[in-house]
Design a binder for this molecule. Structure first.
Ligand code: 7TS
Length: 428
């Protein structure tokens, strides 16, 4: 393992990008990546699907808000309140640009993907789903895009149907087309699987759903941080994503919804901010997007999200995607030949979330072992228990990549897995 994190090999992969892409420079924005852990080993942070690290500009944006213009938004008339509101709304405009939404009315701040999907299931679902209606999901959904629909279906006597996952980790699109019928009101689909890394063909899925008269919610938790997204080109009705998986703070995320769809939805939560007029007998609602933003929001989080979006746009999402594709290719090349290592997910279109099992080593033991070598990966059911059941395993280990990772960090993981193989083969 090289002492220098930007070793020759890494520069070989990252040095000739041109167009201003420089991973060494990017890494300087993340002081945490210089940490040395467990007897001075360089930290290789490969748990980005769980949450990403934050660049200094994001941390500074939080500091600046609290130290320079801390105030509540959308209410008081003093200068600080005005500045805080400006920053909060500027961040929303950046998100609009980032995902190519039509207007700020379509971008609702939430606590993250989970809340975004719950909002849609609650506010859209309770108005539009009746007994006997059908909702199509996939077998690879994160619990966030499954449980809210289960709750809704139970309450409404609606039916959930599932697009099967094929052996290679792709969706069975023929089965999907057979499932479509006039009773289907919504298709909920993850864009990129947090377990299999599969990039689902959502453009096609959306077009088919629309032809059948159903709306589509896309879970973008693992895609929005990693590739260019254009909600207008995709024509999705909802898109949910989390700030913390794209360099922003925890506790902030977004539900994008088409204005025409959001307009005819009831509020999610009641309280301050989301009203127009209130009497003791009843209330009317604020315009979009505030109708769905009851109470004091996560102001610093939203400002941090704006800074993160700015940072990512500065690199360019095409560059982010291209670099991560190279890195994923490198990782798969290195991991695949390891004897006894089974990788889950062989979709031709795949991202840098790579799940695996080594021999009969428990995934938790493997994660703990590689942690001792300085490598942070995740182990567990990945909040996708039905998919685990389908794969026939209780849990997996998962390495997940981001724009600041290096080939030598993958080497560090591979070395640690080989050591683990040796260690556990002695029947410890
Ligand atoms: N959808 C997908 C596809 C996800 O990967 C996650 C989080 C969520 C929804 C929920 O996001 P949250 O920000 O609301 O919690 N996935 C993971 C993971 O794979 N490891 O930790 C969290």
């Amino acid at each position: 393992m090289s002492e220098c994190c930007i070793c020759k090999k890494c520069l070989g992969v990252t040095g000739d990008e041109g167009q201003g892409f420089d991973v060494a420079k990017i890494r300087q924005d993340f002081p945490i990546l210089n940490r040395r852990i467990h007897q001075d080993k360089p930290l290789a942070y490969l748990d980005n699907a769980a949450t990403t690290q934050k660049p200094s500009v994001v941390v500074c944006a939080l500091c600046d808000y609290y130290q320079i213009c801390n105030a509540n938004v959308h209410r008081s008339l003093h200068l600080l309140a005005d500045e805080a509101t400006q920053h909060f709304e500027e961040a929303r405009r950046r998100v609009v640009k980032f995902i190519h939404a039509h207007s700020e009315r379509e971008v609702i701040y939430t606590r993250g993907t989970t809340e975004s999907i719950n909002l849609a299931a609650y506010s859209w679902g309770r108005r539009h789903i009746q007994a006997g209606d059908e909702i199509i999901l996939t077998e690879m959904e994160h619990h966030s895009n499954l449980v809210p629909w289960q709750i809704l279906a139970k309450e409404r006597n609606a039916v959930l149907r599932f697009i099967p996952v094929l052996e290679d980790g792709t969706l069975d699109l023929e089965a999907y087309r057979r499932l479509l019928n006039p009773k289907v009101k919504l298709v909920g689909v993850v864009h990129i699987s947090n377990v299999l890394g599969t990039v689902n063909p959502i453009q096609e899925i959306i077009a088919d759903a629309h032809r059948a008269g159903a709306l589509v919610l896309v879970d973008g938790a693992q895609s929005v941080p990693h590739m260019p997204i254009d909600v207008q080109a995709l024509d999705c009705d909802f898109l949910a994503f989390s700030g913390h998986k794209m360099m922003a703070p925890t506790g902030v995320g977004v539900l994008y919804g088409k204005e025409s769809v959001l307009e005819i939805m009831d509020p999610f939560m009641g309280g301050g901010e989301m009203i127009n007029k209130v009497t003791l007998e009843g209330s009317t609602w604020a315009d979009l997007p505030l109708k769905f933003e009851a109470g004091t929001p996560h102001i610093s989080g939203a400002i941090g999200l704006g800074a993160a979006v700015n940072y990512l746009m500065g690199i360019g999402m095409e560059q982010v995607e291209k670099y991560e594709q190279e890195l994923t290719h490198y990782a798969l090349q290195k991991l695949t030949p390891i004897p006894g290592l089974k990788i889950y997910g062989r979709a031709p279109e795949r991202s840098g979330a790579i799940s695996f099992i080594l021999d009969d080593v428990h995934p938790h033991d493997l994660a703990q072992f590689v942690d001792q070598a300085g490598v942070a990966i995740r182990a567990g059911h990945m909040c996708a228990q039905p998919l685990m059941r389908k794969l026939g395993v209780p849990a997996v280990s998962r390495a997940s990549l981001y724009i600041y990772n290096l080939p030598c960090e993958i080497d560090q993981l591979v070395d640690a897995i080989l050591e683990a193989k040796e260690y556990f083969s002695h029947g410890s």
